[in-house]
Design a protein around this ligand. Sequence first.
Ligand code: PLP
Length: 440
Amino acid sequence: MVITEKQQNLFDNMDSSDGQNGVWTDWKWQVRHCIRDINGFERLLGIELPAQIREQFSQIGAKFPMSITPYYLSLIDTEDIGNDPIFRQSFPDINELTVCRSDMADPLHEDSDSPVPGLTHRYPDRVLLLVSNTCAMYCRHCTRKRRVGDVDSIPSRSQIQAGIDYIRSNPKIRDVLLSGGDPFLLSDEYIDWILTEIGKIPHVEVIRIGTRTPVVLPYRITNKLVDMLKKHHPLWINTHFNHPRELTASSRAALKRLADAGIPLGNQSVLLAGVNDCPRIMRSLVHKLVANRVRPYYLYQCDLSEGLSHFRTPVGKGIEILESLIGHTSGFCVPTYVIDAPGGGGKIPVMPNYLISWSTNKVILRNYEGVITTYTEPESYKTNFCDRDCAKCNLELALEDADERKSIGVEKLLSDYDETISLIPQNNSRHQRRDLGESV
Ligand SMILES: *Cc1c(COP(=O)(O)O)cnc(C)c1O
């Protein structure tokens, strides 16, 4: 791994005070030397922050602490620190203490959709399992900000075991997503144990790990870690790059190791005001990602968690960014833009509109250039009435390969075999009146 001159200087400055013979590229050294106080921050960067920022620091820190890896600190451009995307993602901002009307501690209801502690079962066939409560770098825009630095909610081995038991007893779960905290802050042996236990469950088809270590602690991606991970295929990894400046020689080397081990890589960015709310920045980011074998997976609208209001952009900004990507660049560079529904509704994709109008025999579409075009519908398509009697259907579904499952939501309204004609919100007053025999 390449060490820049700035990193060497930082290291010389830090390690001498440690009394141990550390190594900059040792991830455990990095974790031990995370910058958590403002004096260290100023001293290491050789800067002096305005008095007001110093005053605010302890006020914010009491609620939302700071932790920055020496590596991530080394990426801060001190020449223009106020606008620096690395600084903005890692250094506390007084606006984090502003609570807006729309803010919630747990907007995604991860805690309430949790059948066992640390496990969220939101979608029919996959679960989120929080295996670690720690991160090396505390992202200022963390959606689980309520838990950052909270030592009491570190998942114990028995809690993780309970999560694994839940997965084992639910044959519908085919995809397990490990997150936290950062799962890669756990030891190789512990991760190996978790992956082995989940891997033994016959109905689990894939395991995914969400980690920001390639961005904030690339030295964590050691050969030893990768050799262990590749025993657990099919394993997918999603990481979290938000700005092209984060793709350094070291992070690219980490991505290469993971990709060379046959691990499909995805990226989940968060749209952040003052960091990446710009079509040119996002285009540069997605191009760098695919050049490093990382597929842009999601672009998240910033959640309604407490303390994030200064990071939020209007949804229109995200649509503008997608408009600038779709058609203009390779299809696999374009992430799905999603809003994670407050209240636990899950991720909802949002797109520019391309379908302008339609009749029974034509649809009218527009492309990325603004060309308006027509697509003529087939004349000969025979509508298939689907009664879900797949054995009799002339489409050859290998029945043992495809689960029969009840459809829900809009899919249910579309189906032929279900009689439901509408979905009605709970407490709909018109229906309540009906139920009470018009007496209200
Ligand atoms: C994001 C998420 C998932 C995974 O969703 P995908 O769209 O499959 O990536 C699963 N469970 C929870 C609770 C989530 O928030």
